[in-house]
Structures are given as structure tokens and as C-alpha cells.
Ligand binder design. Sequence first.
Ligand code: S3P
Length: 184
Amino acid sequence: MNETQATPKNIVLVGFMGSGKTTVGRELHQRLGYPLVDMDQVIEERAGKSIPAIFAESGEVGFREMETSLLREITNHAGSERRIISTGGGIVGSEENRALLKQLGYVVWLSAPIDVILKRTGKNRNRPLLHTDDPAATIQLLMDQRNPHYEQVAHLKLDTSGLDFSELATGILECARYFFNTRS
Ligand code: S3P
């Protein structure tokens, strides 16, 4: 899509595991009434398996193929407007995904410092990439790789460690409204 075409009115949430995408996504969905597309959840429902099971059986490569294929589908879907799209933390890893994310609408990067991410992700075992001997070091490594990519796709960056999720949603809505009004 070139810059002269209208940007679809979706709000897309990107950011590291535990950055608050799911919670903020639900809050935005409640406020706006737009459908919430939680990509990890859709992948699990379609595969009939949990994300750890997908990683165990098909590897990260298999998971990434499912993720990209769903993202293509979401982007091409007719009437693909006015949704809240919550993505998995690693979606920004491929060039194709980054281009598709930017086409989808207003992209918000939710961030948090390592200690906050560690605390939030330590509560469950759903993230196979963090099943390592030293999760803090793994988080640091992945963040170093991914932060430039989040930066590249995002229109807005918000630190989720200080504000509550309702305040975050208010901030996102104000900025998104401004963005869409100046584009259409
Ligand atoms: C991943 C993040 C997860 C999920 C998968 C891989 C990642 O989503 O997509 O475990 O590579 O960062 P959340 O960011 O919602 O935890």
C-alpha cells in the first residue's frame, strides 16, 4: 500500500512478551466495541493446540509460518477495518511481517523494563522461548534484537510499567483518533 491510500482504522498492539498487549487489547475492545483479534489465541484455536505444544511439535519455524500466514489473512481480509489486533511478541522478526503490520493501521508499541517483564512472564509457563536457564538474559537478548524492529513499525511507544491499563487505553485512543483524523 502506498502512503496516499487511506490507512485502515485498526489499532495494532506490538511489544515484548508480558508488555500488556492482551490486557490493553481487552480494554480497548471494551471501550470501542471493535472486535479483538488476539493472534496467539487464533493460532491456538486453529491448531487445536497450545503455543508450547506447537513449538514442541513444529518448532519456532512452524509457529512463525502460522503467524505470518494469519497476518497475511488479516491484512487481506475484505472490510478489515476497526479491529483491535493483539500480536505475539516475536511478530516483528520478519521483514514481511513488519511491512504488513504497518499496512494494518495505527501501531502501538507497548514496552516495559526487564524486571517488570520478568515478573509478569514468570507467572505462567506459556512462553516456550523463556524456558531457559536464565530467563533474564534471554529477555535481554531478545529485546536487543527486537527493539529496533518495534521502533520501526510503531507510531506510538508507551511504557506500561507505571500507568494503569485504563489510563493507557485512554492515551492510545486519543493518539489513534488524532492519527486517523489527520490521515483520512
Ligand atoms: C512469542 C510471544 C508469545 C507467542 C510465542 C512467541 C515471542 O506471545 O507468540 O510464545 O516470540 O515473543 P506474547 O507476546 O503474547 O506472549
